[in-house]
Design a protein around this ligand. Sequence first.
Ligand SMILES: [Zn+2]
Length: 108
Amino acid sequence: MPTDWNARKMEAFDRALELFKGGKPFVDDLRTAARCELEAYRSSGFVEAVRVIAAGDSCPACRAMNGQILPLEEALASSPLPVHGCTHKMGRRTGWCRCTFVAVVPDP
Ligand SMILES: [Zn+2]
């Protein structure tokens, strides 16, 4: 059975969110969630690159990444999300990066 990357992504995301709420280190799990997204794109077979999309009210570090396009293999190698140095505030805590990857599909 093929790996269900979307299910893995949600597991990692939920784990990261619980850790974040508890004031514990969450970045590794949030990064795993982002990587599962990339793996899902890779397994689709037709995604060659991804674009980073930052939330509208994101921090300067994330805004600097917004719109950046990376070849899929490069994104998998460098794992740029969550953005290093993200200072987004959520509740009393900071660093919950909400940047996401979207697939860049070549023209037919
Ligand atoms: Zn940020």
